[in-house]
Design a protein around this ligand. Sequence first.
Ligand code: MV4
Length: 457
Amino acid sequence: MIKKLLVANRGEIAVRIIRAAKELGIKTVAIYSEADKNCLHTMLADEKICIGPGPATESYLSIPNVIAACEATGADAIHPGYGFLSENAHFADVCEACGITFVGPSKDSIEKMGDKIEAKITAKKAGVPVVPGIEESISNPDDPALIKEVKKIGFPVIIKAAHGGGGKGMRIVNSEESLKIALLTAMEESKKAFGSDKIYIEKYIEEPKHVEIQVIADKKGNAVYFPERDCSVQRRHQKLIEESPCAIVDEKLRKRLGRAALKLVEEIGYYSAGTVEFIMDKKGNFYFMEMNTRIQVEHPVTESISLVKGTRRLDLIKEQILIASGEKLKFSSDDISICGHAIECRINAEDPDKDFLPSPGKIENVILPGGNGVRIDTHIYAGYTIPSFYDSLIAKLIVVGSDRQEAIKKMLRALDEFKISGIKTTIPFHKRVLQVQAFVEGDISTNFLQKYIYQQI
Ligand code: MV4
């Protein structure tokens, strides 16, 4: 069993991980940058150690600094959280080479799923539905055979960067005439952003839903899937609201999604927590998009609605730590049932009236909502100053109700109670979205904000 866990992250997720470790009787080490001296995670951990200046490249992203902190404190494991080094295969490799347990998947799994073309080929091989397309890296945009193949797929098509992920560097192409330029610019952009011009093409699915399946798997070959999350409400590929279950998925479709996710898990011998992303069209056809080989921001919505063997609650971070320690999973997918409906709003320090411009600064005062079915994962407190170096997520507000309508009402009530002074936040924006009729009716796709919010401005 892990004895001392170094949390290689900051903000709400560092706090979340420290809490889980404490409950498991594991000692904790917080790392922090010079800009994070007053961060909550440094106060909650048993020990803390500064690992460098504010810019993440010189602190949270510096592998030598993180490993040195581990050795200086005698931690025997590292939890990377999300972002930063969480999906860095080399880092996972270095940890294991230094005899430090990496609380995450194997280096090979991270590598394989990090290349979106390889991930897609692997999914297809495992029998997971994929979008029709060309699963080869494109080198010559002028190749007549390529143009012929694209015409066979039929426009519109979407160009994606093999090393992009999260929607970065994507391009929708509506006609043959615009194909060549789109390919060339996509390659150029991808090279600049990800250091690789590897791109691929697939049929563009119009107004899809983004649904994803949380999985956990142990190191002995046992895997479990959980009910789907709907993360369709996004802005520039940043999720704003997530919920579970998805309003339009029935028990039969849920099983098919879950089994598809587990096929991929089994194909690559994946272990730890992970998420298999799908897009779904209006008819309920679903297609593999990518796999995230980390714990995600939205994991609490799954925890809030999942019951294990009818009585046990789920803690995905604890499961992740136990799996990393070599323990066997104690339940199967058939042991999971859904209790209620959960929604999460990501509260960012951003000004929704100024195109979501980051709004760092001092939180003068804060009043957190509470009550039955309300959970807040946050690191903020009155007097805390949000630095400008990092992500603008300052709180996750998660509610669980008996059904979706109750959850929406509860979320509106909680958002109303939530008071933050000194900075701008996305709270007013969330209130607005939750009152749009299409949202209330569950009619949400990835085009939701474009369709219902921006047109009103
Ligand atoms: C797509 C798609 C439609 N058709 N693929 C975005 C993030 C990444 N995980 C995959 N994404 C998409 N892939 C096909 N074949 C739509 C999205 C998509 C999206 C596309 C353009 C603008 C905003 C979007 C938001 C979510 C998903």
